[in-house]
Structures are given as C-alpha cells and as structure tokens.
Design a protein around this ligand. Sequence first.
Ligand code: COA
Length: 162
Amino acid sequence: MLQPVTEPKIKVVEIKTGETYTLRTAVLRDNTPTSDPRYPEDTKSGTIHLGIHDGDELIGTSTWVINAWHQDPEAIAVQLRGMAVAKHKQGFGLGALLLDAGLAHAERLNAKYLWAKARDTALAFYLLHEFVAVGDGFTEGITQMPHHFVVRKLIMRKLIMR
Ligand SMILES: CC(C)(COP(=O)(O)OP(=O)(O)OC[C@H]1O[C@@H](n2cnc3c(N)ncnc32)[C@H](O)[C@@H]1OP(=O)(O)O)[C@@H](O)C(=O)NCCC(=O)NCCS
C-alpha cells in the first residue's frame, strides 16, 4: 500500500549508479529504440544519484550531473537526468520529493541553474516546479521522443550569505 510522503519510511537517499538501471529501464526505456539505461554522465566526476526506496524496492531515481547550461556556459549548473518514479507510484509526490533533494544538492554546489531535457509528456511537472521551457521543442536522440529544454534559475547561497 502506498505510504504518504510524510511517512518517515519514505526518504530520499544517495544510491549507486547500478541501482538506477532497473527503474530507469522500466520507466524511461519503455517503448524506446534502445533499452540501455546507462548515461555517459553516470561516471562523470561530481555526478550523484538520488533515490527513494519502499522497503527493498527502489521506487524513485534521479541523476544530478555538474554540467553547463548552454545559455550561460561559464556559470555552475546542474543537469537533472534519468528522473523516474515507478509507474505504480506516480502522482503521489515522490517526483517532487526527489526534485527538492536535487535542488538542495545544486544549491550546496552554488549552482546558478538547474536544467533538464524534459519529455513533453512530463513538461507540466517541471513547469509546476518553477522551471521554464527554453527554445523550440526537439526530438531527443536516444528516446526519439519530443522534448524541451527546461531551466530553473537558483538563488545562489553565497549571495544570500553576504
Ligand atoms: C515525471 C515524474 C518523475 C513525476 O513524478 P511523480 O511522483 O509522478 O510526480 P508528483 O506526484 O511529485 O507530481 C507533482 C505534480 O506534477 C504533476 N505531474 C506529475 N507528472 C506529470 C506529468 N507527467 N505530466 C503532467 N503533470 C505531472 C502532478 O499532477 C503533480 O501536481 P499536483 O501536485 O498539482 O497534483 C513521474 O511521473 C515519472 O516518472 N514519469 C515517467 C517518466 C518521465 O517522464 N520522467 C521525466 C523524464 S524528463
């Protein structure tokens, strides 16, 4: 039975790269040309994976990569990749929980931007969370699905500390 997100057992934890593969494959490689769940950025320095367990089952995964935002390449930025909630647990706030944890991670890095290539089917989720869509839509190469760049500008911690 689904627990509300306030239930203490539901918490975001750092997970290993290999732990993300099963859920990525089930959610993000369903009906796509490839079933390979790996990303080149998985092994990039600074990349972390944040997940949510329900008992032994991983029900949420997300990957946070230090990667420049193309409209401001000199600034520190974090790219969100591989955001997936298990199909039977979607719509209960787990995605929002992962996003909050990733935002905190990006803020700790003093990132100016958090960005993603958002599937159009999930665009509303990002827009609801203060991202804006940038530029024309495009067909993403791996999934062959319509996407948009989305970005959220972060308030840099060091500016607040002054
Ligand atoms: C997109 C996804 C990660 C969101 O996680 P989630 O746990 O389902 O989302 P939440 O329950 O935290 O939703 C938060 C809000 O976003 C909305 N939302 C969630 N997914 C949405 C979607 N695909 N389209 C439109 N709105 C969506 C919800 O309605 C909710 O709004 P509310 O609080 O006003 O009710 C999840 O649905 C998922 O894994 N989808 C399939 C894979 C995918 O598209 N991943 C993103 C790739 S870019």
